[in-house]
Design a protein around this ligand. Structure first.
Ligand code: HEC
Length: 78
């Protein structure tokens, strides 16, 4: 049971950072393409340091710096 919980938490986190748009579609959180990739990276580093919205803190902590940069490029202003 414990193992299952850990597994599903991991799956959720893995899913979350592949799909920022799931929440950032203008509904729950603002659209990410209004921000430059550099702004997104900066905010993500603050979240990773434990500052700000707890939901984002968890997501950022589960991501490597490389993944953050890739997500920022993918979802940021083109
Ligand atoms: C589970 C929902 C969810 C997912 C998935 C998610 N976010 Fe967020 N994010 C939020 C919420 C909620 C906020 C806080 C919005 C607020 O305070 O107005 C936020 C805030 C932010 C902010 C700060 C700017 C702002 O809106 O205040 C950035 C940057 C950000 N998220 C980037 C990302 C990136 C990059 C990803 C994908 C790696 C991501 N988020 C995935 C829910 C999510």
């Amino acid at each position: 049971m414990k193992k299952l919980l850990v597994l599903s938490a991991f799956a959720l986190a893995a899913f979350a950072y592949q799909d920022c748009a799931m929440c950032h579609n203008g509904g729950m959180a603002k659209k990410l393409d209004t921000m430059t990739p550099a702004q997104i990276v900066k905010d993500m580093k603050e979240f990773k340091a434990g500052k700000g919205n707890p939901m984002m803190v968890n997501i950022a902590k589960a991501m490597s710096d490389k993944e953050i940069e890739e997500a920022a490029k993918k979802y940021g202003k083109k």
